[in-house]
Design a protein around this ligand. Sequence first.
Ligand code: ZN
Ligand code: ZN
Ligand code: FE
Length: 735
Amino acid sequence: MGLTGWVCNSADGVLIEACGTVECLAHFIRRIRDEAPPLAAIVALEHHALPDDSGANSFTIRESGGSGRHVAHVAPDAALCGDCLRELFDPANRRFRHPFISCTNCGPRYSIITGTPYDRPNTTMASFPLCPDCRQEYQHPADRRFHAQPIACGACGPHLRLLDSDGAFISESDAALIRAGELLKAGAILAIKGIGGYHLAADACNNAAVGRLRERKKRDEKPFAVMAPDLAMARSLALLSQVEERLLASPESPIVIVRRADSCPVSALVAPGNALLGLMLPYTPIHHLLLRDSGFTALVMTSANLSDEPIAFQDCDALQRLSGIADYFLLHDRPIHIRCDDSVIRAFQERPLFYRRARGYAPRAIRLPFESPPVLAVGAELKSAICLTKGNQAFLSQHIGDLQHETAGASFRQTIQHLSGLLEVIAETIACDLHPDYLSSLHAAESGLPLIAVQHHHAHLAACMAENNLNGEVIGLILDGTGYASDGTVWGGELLVGGYDSFRRVGHFRQTRLPGGDKAVREPWRMALAFLYTAMGEAAFDLELPVTRHLSVAERAVFLAMLEKGLNSPFTSSCGRLFDAVSALLNVRHIVSYDGQAAIELEALAEESDDCLTLPYEVTLNTGGLYQVDFSTMIPAILLGLNSGVARAAIARRFHATVARASVEACSRIAREAGLDRVVLSGGVFQNRLLSEMVYTGLIEQGLQVFTHRLSPPNDGCIALGQAAIAGWKSRRNN
Ligand code: ZN
Ligand code: ZN
Ligand code: FE
């Protein structure tokens, strides 16, 4: 543009000093925004006028500025870009069918970086020296591959290998790819090395193959994700909104949960009894080649692990752990340095609603509304993630998994070490959950750092505040599964008022027993019985219902002891458990095989109806000055509906509307009393899109401002962010 001046990286971001005419500079600033490279994320763009005394007569790139507080951003992994895709299938291109093609705008990043600065020797590409052709592209500023660390070609890059289930060599390079496609077509199950781990793949339209995979993976009902070759095919599998299409085709390339089309040819065994489908598009060249070569409608691409274990990411580990599951292995010699699962999202109001935040998004920074000293937050236990702060940035790690699994513990520690190293954060404070027995809490206690233990739902509130850049005090409507509190009860349907500094509980869902403790989480029929008992006492046992019918006289006595005297049955205000109870009452789900299943299926049922009635409920102010949201009058109303032949879908929808309405009423009463008008929504129950929509609309109608999760999941995947914000705020004040 004929400008003079310079550009460099600094602690505060990119600095540009440019000299030119006023019009030219204005145009320049516009172009920075409009023509930013695909992977650039412009958080803020500030400009000031300077006196023209530089005397520069050219434009130069300066060395990155200074030592000390430089902000080492690590880019997430990005899906293959359009330019590389064209080259991949262009017989005239020198990277025709090269399974590791990439450029500045695409390819692996976070999963292959071993250290800083981000240069080839600090990636797992270090052992692949660039050939002269690649080097020339790498060194040429005008080239699309200028300083792109993962680039390679057939002459200098990694190679594919196909092995059988015993690890014996079958073929390599292009022959391996072609053979892998043929094997999949014939119904085989393949373990395929991806970006952040291995997938187990099978032809999604082949019932026998999908059935075999389900059997070998010991995963009874949890849906598998499928990968369609392109957007056109995706449209034939599912009913896609514009936003869903945009998210599917984005560089982040997540699994998007969408509504299955009636004519969808994908095997019903992919997601048994489920109207939704986890769909994604190919994001590596290997995926594109495989899907296109053999003309698949879709491939099942599910994380290669036994149920609930972390995804496998190292060759020897994969061969060992997956030999009983995969018939063949499609591997390569580019190591994966850090495990990173596929991200899972749903579209809500034009933006992503995260179920799992990992590949493509992690470890992108979330801007905090204040400067924080360096903090390490270790999260909760389920859907674990960790978070580091540096200045006003919070770096939330990828989803790690459920820390109850032995293998996840190792992954948890590796992620802490790796991310701290990459971001050059030496934590001064450590934050953890109040629950003393969580593996994360134990790790925090052992660290020897000053410790801040954060109540679970306070962390939920703070996470939603932080990512919405809020300060001050807000109302938190936290609808969750279960969380530890110091009063000996299990919280989970909470109305809080507070900020980063502190919080107070101003209301909660009426408590009921959790009969059998953790067992009640896996067996929703127990919750149905508990809510029936709360609503009508011992008479509940005499009802002719699926949840009572199978109880023997002895079992009835045990249950009565649990519900009456609290034998191994703490009180809980959990909203998640209320959804479980209603799911069981409506005969949707009595026992779950994965977390959240009962509620997910209840939501799907409710979406089949357009009923707009609500059921009875009560919001009362109890003697302690706490609001109580009470659904015990709703339970008999549900039974009455069932007995008088109201459709189950209609009842399910009325139930959603009732929970939303009661929550909105409690919030607006609290808002008036406390003189607050901002409400944050957090907790695993907000993965329910129908409920989220109803609560959101209801609160807006009450004239309140509503803030939801957009950058982190509403479930426990956000806990580390909330802990980090709280600990950061507190230690900032102490300093
Ligand atoms: Zn590219
Ligand atoms: Zn090369
Ligand atoms: Fe939670």
